[in-house]
Design a binder for this molecule. Sequence first.
Ligand SMILES: Nc1nc2c(c(=O)[nH]1)N[C@H]1C(S)=C(S)[C@@H](COP(=O)(O)O)O[C@H]1N2
Ligand SMILES: [Mo]
Length: 220
Amino acid sequence: MNKADRIRNMKVGPVAPELSDRVPPGQIVTEKFPILHEGEVPEYNLDEWDLRVFGEVEEERTFSFAELERLPSTKVTVDIHCVTRWSKLDTVWEGIRFRDFVATLKVKPEARYVMLHADYDYETNVPLADLMRDNVLLAYRYDGKPLTPKHGWPLRLVVPHLYFWKSPKWLRGIEFMREDRPGYWEVRGFHNYADPFREQRFSGEALPIPEDEWEKKEYD
Ligand SMILES: Nc1nc2c(c(=O)[nH]1)N[C@H]1C(S)=C(S)[C@@H](COP(=O)(O)O)O[C@H]1N2
Ligand SMILES: [Mo]
């Protein structure tokens, strides 16, 4: 049995003491990379793909992938945590730090929330202040290689300090907002903020997520 299987067989822990402050309550560490999303994996012609910036900005902008690639890139090593109870430690992403991207825009001072729009018809809301943290990336590379289609190629957001549904794959739009508005999972009973260390999984009553759901799905 390999290490990942052994850890998985432990179900909810125990976690090695040196990792306990990194693994949120109720999470299981996996070395595999589960693939989770609603709907189909989009196929793009990169020449036609674009990223739209709109809402509370002085100027709406549309970026091609080539334009994004010319912006300074950053590499981060972060732990990620999915609400279906898997966590993956030391994942390496490269892309544009969201804060650096914002510096190229004219965001109005009234903007306090962001809706991230993704294919297909997926969206998720995050407070702007959270996106300005050091480790938040518009990521186009994972583990030294371009993102794979199933993990969000060509561009996804990575917000490591929130449950991973707040990290949309196939990102297509960034909408700056004055008022908060719930996204796809947030209207379906998931927590509006989603801090894994406070186990903010649901906004009300716990929803039925089988604890081993992710193990039965695809991964790489
Ligand atoms: N566009 C899009 N992004 C998405 C989702 C989705 O359904 N559509 N699912 C989210 C959820 S619930 C999780 S856990 C992560 C999974 O990312 P992964 O497949 O790379 O592990 O993607 C998030 N981003
Ligand atoms: Mo998820």
